[in-house]
Design a protein around this ligand. Structure first.
Ligand SMILES: Cc1ncc(COP(=O)(O)O)c(C=O)c1O
Length: 259
């Protein structure tokens, strides 16, 4: 048989300042080896003839809008590598820093350009390896959202418009939490436009409500749109990641088509 190459997933205990459901590299995480077990994991993997320990991996979480958490985790993992090199002659041939690069969903929450992540990650690895006299490992990244998130636009048709004077105006659409669970699950923010009224001004504050039987099924809360009426098409950008892959048949709904 062949000896599989493996990486060990370490939990570096770094807070990526994202929604807590999206943080995976914090101390209190179900993922990866907790720091107290790192050495034992490396020692065991190195002594297992059926495994080839190629390197180390971490994934800090998703929608991370800062580069510093990556640098902090790289520092921790490379520091640990030096110790493992000294004790067990461990060679870090591959370092996988996971994914998590943010995209901009809301106009008021910009995300760093991809080049900032690349620059911060690569420069930290180079300077730390130089400082610790480590050979440069092969670098692997695992972005998901940053690749496909902006490639999808969700289209909904408006049904009922319910105006509660002095309270709120609900614009109900023919989709919601079964095709995009993110607002209900994480309070995620989205922008929206009325696709058939793009040249009209956003004059009315409305809330775009899904059709599912939960009050929490709100796609976009308090957004200014042109006057909306039944039959209009609402377009929500940035729906290319974590929307349809997390879709369900809740309330016997069918999953929307992708065109
Ligand atoms: C181990 C791992 N790597 C990468 C990703 C991709 O994350 P993102 O889409 O935030 O880049 C995920 C997402 O769940 C993951 O679990």
């Amino acid at each position: 048989g062949c000896t599989p190459d493996i990486l060990l997933r370490l939990t570096p205990g770094v807070d990526p300042h994202t929604h807590k459901y999206l943080a995976t590299g914090v101390i209190d995480s179900k993922f990866g080896f907790t720091q107290l077990k790192w050495e034992e994991a490396v020692a065991q993997a190195m002594s297992a003839p059926e495994l080839n320990l190629l390197g180390l991996h971490f994934h800090l979480g998703s929608l991370i809008a800062e580069v510093e958490p990556y640098q902090e985790a790289i520092g921790a993992v490379l520091g640990f590598t030096t110790e493992m090199k000294r004790k067990y002659n461990f060679q870090l041939r591959e370092l996988n820093v996971g994914g998590g690069f943010a995209i901009q969903y809301a106009l008021d929450s910009p995300s760093p350009p991809i080049s900032s992540y690349a620059e911060a990650i690569a420069s930290k690895i180079i300077s730390k390896c130089r400082e610790l006299k480590l050979a440069l490992p092969r670098l692997i990244v695992e972005p998901g959202r940053a690749i496909v998130g902006q490639a999808g636009v969700a289209l909904y048709r408006v049904g009922v418009v319910k105006d509660i004077p002095g309270v709120r105006c609900y614009v109900s659409v023919d989709g919601g939490m079964a095709d995009n669970i993110r607002p209900a699950l994480y309070g995620s923010k989205y922008e929206a436009v009325v696709a058939n009224k793009m040249s009209e001004e956003g004059a009315e504050k409305v809330t775009i409500a899904g059709k599912f039987c939960e009050s929490g099924d709100i796609l976009v809360k308090d957004i200014n749109l042109p006057p909306v009426s039944a039959g209009d098409i609402i377009a929500i950008p940035d729906c290319g990641a974590y929307c349809l892959p997390m879709a369900s048949n809740y309330n016997s709904s069918l999953k929307p088509a992708i065109v």
